[in-house]
Write a protein that binds this ligand. Sequence first.
Ligand SMILES: Cc1cc2nc3c(=O)[nH]c(=O)nc-3n(C[C@H](O)[C@H](O)[C@H](O)COP(=O)(O)OP(=O)(O)OC[C@H]3O[C@@H](n4cnc5c(N)ncnc54)[C@H](O)[C@@H]3O)c2cc1C
Length: 448
Amino acid sequence: MPIFPFSEKDPIQHPGPPPKRSEVVIIGGGIIGVTTALFLAERNIPVTLLEKGRVAAEQSSRNWGWIRKQGRDADELPIVIEAFRLWRQLAEECGEDIGLDQTGVTYLANSDKDMAGFEEFMKIAAIHGLDTRLLDADETAKLIKGMSRKFKGAMTTPSDMRAEPWLAVPALARLAVRKGAKIIENCAARTLEISAGRIRGVWTEAGYIETSSVLVAGGAWSSLFLRRHGVSIPQLSVRVTVAATEPMPEIYAGAAADEHIAFRRRQDGGYTLAPGGSNLLYLGPDAFRHATKYLPALMANPLGTRYFPCAPSGYPDSWSIPRDWTPDSQSPFERMRVLNPTAERSGLRSVERNFRRLFPQFETVRLKAGWGGMIDAMPDVVPVVDHARAVVGLFVATGMSGHGFGIGPGIGRVVSDLIQGNASGHDLSRFRLSRFYDGSAVRLGPAL
Ligand SMILES: Cc1cc2nc3c(=O)[nH]c(=O)nc-3n(C[C@H](O)[C@H](O)[C@H](O)COP(=O)(O)OP(=O)(O)OC[C@H]3O[C@@H](n4cnc5c(N)ncnc54)[C@H](O)[C@@H]3O)c2cc1C
């Protein structure tokens, strides 16, 4: 089975060298960095995006491709609703087929407890006028045909969407470049130059860029990068497994999941599958440092995570990774151009088995690819989107906690306005950096 395509072996699409000066520097070429660059460039703000490997090679191409309002945290919903409008607009503007389609998202209920959880979200859906509705067992069976078993019911949002991440994010990067952004792949940001509490520049592996504003949108690497500059975020990353089937007859055009299996119809007629069950957390210094902050999430779902005593060498929270380095020495970021965990064999076996169990009409389910990804998580399952108050000109947008693809363009627009000193148009207090240190209790976002 081939490894998922994006890797450091792929040709560089956006070569250097970096400019000597840029008004804004963005660190990280995932959906968050790319869309922020795009919206800044649209306002004619000189912006340079640095990507240590390839655009979208980490989470932003490896994800399931769900773009959903359903099951969202109430404080994220206004931004997601804006993101839906932006997705449509950007798909038009980029002039490439990114597989954007309004095919719905459905959560299947195995128990009355699941249905009760859905009822809670219905209250939020009503406030925002969403088209989310609950289905009974018969309606569920009609929506997704050929399932071998009857579910208690389901929650579905027909206006939710899907897109092909590995097409969408590179296409958005090309659009950002056409609007004037400079993107440089294979170029790690090593350190920030800070003096008198202000950003002065960024040291990269290819030289120095003078700037007054930096956005750290480094996904799973953000915490390692920021900590060296005295900004601590309790971010950890968990390993997950995904598989893609060969094209097969349609059972549902959208995306659906229960606790055993998640599946999403792709543009090529195959399904993207993921196993239910637990994620894998590698225990490292940050995991111990921030353990107490994760206790509420752990208690809410004690079996949701498996633990392994150490991460492979070079991973963001591995025991041996350097925590300090100088601007002129190789940093951990360029040592691992693309964080590319392999798919877990047991996860691949489980998706195949559970998908066939649910749809026994398919005698074989041929997996054509399997890959792993590291989800960057926060203790309360919602991101950090803020200005780091200790350093003027330093902005952080990270910890998207497994649902940053769908909301991505919304966060990009919001952050681009934060950087320009404009009002963001949304209440961002939930996403403030200080919430982990100002005595606030951890308020868990939905794990739906
Ligand atoms: C398997 C899986 C399934 C998911 N499914 C969904 C889904 O269906 N829907 C959804 O909404 N979300 C989903 N997500 C989550 C979503 O993919 C992420 O939240 C989102 O892609 C995060 O984007 P990002 O830009 O913050 O980070 P990333 O995409 O991880 O990008 C960060 C980039 O920063 C670069 N970088 C880091 N440090 C440096 C440095 N020092 N210098 C230069 N570059 C640097 C990295 O190389 C990386 O490319 C899923 C995630 C995974 C892994």
